[in-house]
Design a protein. Structure first.
Ligand code: 5GP
Length: 115
């Protein structure tokens, strides 16, 4: 697994160096709208820590972080109002799987797809 690059785009968003459309924040997680939404609702949730991917996060994050992060994912979906109609969560792990930003993130996707 490649080393974490502290200058990846999501690290820079977390530090406030790049703008984003913020949805939610707590001590464990930060959520914002995807810049190129693939559906009516497309939000990214990232942990407040240096994790390359879910593989890295699940292996190395402290239990409190793992619990806090996944609670935040559920809460963001609830607050986005997508629980009733349903939503999909996805996380690409590795370049071949389509990961382009190497700071662990979960996609929350709901509603009509966009081209
Ligand atoms: P991945 O393919 O790594 O799972 O997903 C990365 C996601 O990040 C893509 O859906 C892409 O549109 C989004 N993205 C890339 N750069 C930015 C950015 O600067 N701001 C925001 N809000 N989203 C970004």
């Amino acid at each position: 697994m490649a080393a974490y690059d502290p200058n990846n785009v999501f690290a820079r968003i977390l530090r406030g160096e790049l703008p984003c459309k913020k949805v939610y924040e707590d001590e464990f997680a930060f959520a914002f709208h995807d810049i190129q939404p693939k559906a009516e609702v497309h939000v990214l949730v990232i942990p407040k820590g240096a994790y390359v991917s879910l593989a890295d996060f699940s292996a190395t994050a402290p239990d409190a972080m793992v619990a806090g992060f996944w609670r935040a994912v559920g809460r963001v979906a609830r607050e986005l109002g997508v629980e009733e109609r349903g939503y999909r969560i996805a996380s690409n792990i590795g370049r071949e799987a389509g990961q382009i930003v190497f700071h662990f993130h979960v996609h929350i996707v709901s509603g009509a797809r966009r081209p």
